[in-house]
Design a protein around this ligand. Structure first.
Ligand code: 5GP
Length: 186
């Protein structure tokens, strides 16, 4: 029994490919932040980040803190409205700390732009960005992405934290719905 219809979902990035890339990102981040004073706090952008953040945090060999920000994105639609709203704030101040924002995907870049401007007002020691996916073809505002998993084509992707009508976040890989109808079993 499988909760999704594998004939309707094309695999774009397998669980193994994702794991290998995250291990490499973790090694790079560990090297870059080792010995820095102030402490590292990784800030996940809910909700799509949760799986990437869980794996990335375990790939970083440093005594980091974890916090989350909530933002509204598409709602039920698959197009960015361009209006970003914060739905959940950090639980602790980040002044003097090194902040690493952890995003599932940078699409138009509007969400990240808003978050980076917001975080800058809180006087962190530094702010960098780790994103699992980036769709360069969709960019409306440019942002620095310091640690990128994969550049992908302009397709609506699902799984590994990313939703399809609020479901399928628990797929262990990144895929595309090629079937048309909802690709899960009732
Ligand atoms: P942006 O503000 O960069 O346009 O969009 C960022 C947010 O939109 C992401 O954090 C994600 O929640 C959502 N998003 C963008 N592209 C996709 C996609 O291909 N699939 C899914 N499921 N969500 C996406």
């Amino acid at each position: 029994m499988q909760f999704y219809d594998s004939k309707q979902i094309e695999v774009m990035l397998s669980a193994e490919e994702i794991a290998a890339r995250i291990a490499a990102l973790g090694r790079q981040i560990t090297k870059d932040y080792e010995g820095l004073s102030g402490g590292l706090v990784i800030v996940g952008v809910l909700r799509g980040c949760f799986m990437f953040l869980a794996d990335l945090a375990r790939a970083i060999d440093l005594p980091l803190e974890v916090d989350f920000l909530g933002v509204s994105s598409y709602g039920e639609a698959q197009e960015s409205s361009g209006v970003v709203r914060m739905t959940q704030d950090l639980s602790r101040p980040v002044a003097g700390k090194h902040v690493l924002v952890v995003e599932d995907i940078v699409d138009t870049g509007l969400t990240l732009k808003y978050l980076l401007e917001n975080l800058a007002t809180r006087h962190p020691a530094s702010v960098k960005v780790a994103a699992l996916l980036h769709k360069p073809a969709r960019t409306r505002v440019e942002n620095p992405i310091d640690y990128l998993g994969f550049e992908i084509p302009d397709r609506f992707v699902i799984g590994y934290g990313l939703d399809y009508e609020s479901k399928l976040r628990n797929l262990p890989f990144i895929g595309v719905n090629i079937g048309g109808s909802t690709p899960w079993k009732a």
